[in-house]
Design a protein around this ligand. Structure first.
Ligand code: SF4
Length: 174
C-alpha cells in the first residue's frame, strides 16, 4: 500500500494508510445529509439514491485496509466561495479517481473511492446517471463520521485557515 501513498503524494495529496475497522459509521450522520444539504435526493451519488448505511457497514466489514486522501485547495484567488467549492471537489475527485485507478492496476481489484462531497460531474442528475463509471458516494452519504474517524487515526486537520478547503476521500482497498 505504500506505493499508493507515494502515488497520491506525487499527485499533490496527503495520504494515510489506515485499517478499515478504524472507519466509524453512525446512523446519525444521515441527519446531516437529509436536513441541511441542498443535494439530498437530487444527486445520484447522495442519499437516498446511494446504498444504505446498513449496506455500507456490511461492505466495509469485508475490507481490511483503506487510505485516507486529503487534498488542500487554496481559495485565495477566488472571489466566490460557492464556485471555489464546486471547482475544489471536482478537481479533488478527479485526482482521487487517478489514485483508485492506480490501486486497481496495482492489484487491488476491489479498490473503491468514497469521494469528497456530492458529485458535480454534470450540471444536474437526470433519472439515470449519465457517467456511471464516475459515480462514487461520499463517506458522509453512507454514514461515515469523518471527524471521529480522523481523530481515531490521529489525523489532525487545521480548519482555522479559511483560505484552504480540505477535501477528504477514503479509498477502500482489497
Ligand atoms: S456523473 Fe453526473 S449524473 Fe452521475 S451522479 Fe455525477 S453528476 Fe449525477
Amino acid at each position: 500500500m505504500d506505493n499508493i501513498v507515494d502515488f497520491s503524494k506525487s499527485h499533490n495529496m496527503k495520504a494515510y494508510n489506515i485499517k478499515a475497522k478504524d472507519i466509524i459509521v453512525e446512523e446519525r450522520v444521515y441527519l446531516k445529509c437529509a436536513y441541511g444539504c441542498k443535494d439530498f435526493g437530487k444527486r445520484l451519488n447522495c442519499p437516498p439514491n446511494c446504498i444504505s448505511i446498513d449496506k455500507f457497514k456490511t461492505i466495509l466489514s469485508e475490507y481490511d485496509n483503506a487510505v485516507i486522501l486529503l487534498q488542500e485547495y487554496r481559495t485565495s484567488s477566488k472571489e466566490n466561495m460557492i464556485d471555489a467549492w464546486e471547482d475544489a471537489r471536482r478537481e479533488a475527485f478527479r485526482t482521487m479517481m487517478e489514485v483508485e485507478k492506480f490501486a486497481f492496476n496495482s492489484g487491488f481489484t476491489f479498490a473503491h473511492l468514497l469521494r469528497p462531497g456530492s458529485c458535480n460531474e454534470c450540471q444536474v442528475c437526470e433519472e439515470k446517471c449519465s457517467k456511471p463509471s464516475l459515480r462514487r458516494f461520499s463517506p458522509e452519504a453512507v454514514g461515515v463520521n469523518l471527524d471521529k474517524t480522523l481523530k481515531n487515526v490521529n489525523i489532525i486537520i487545521d480548519y482555522s485557515d479559511y483560505s484552504v478547503i480540505n477535501l477528504i476521500g477514503i479509498l477502500l482497498l482489497e
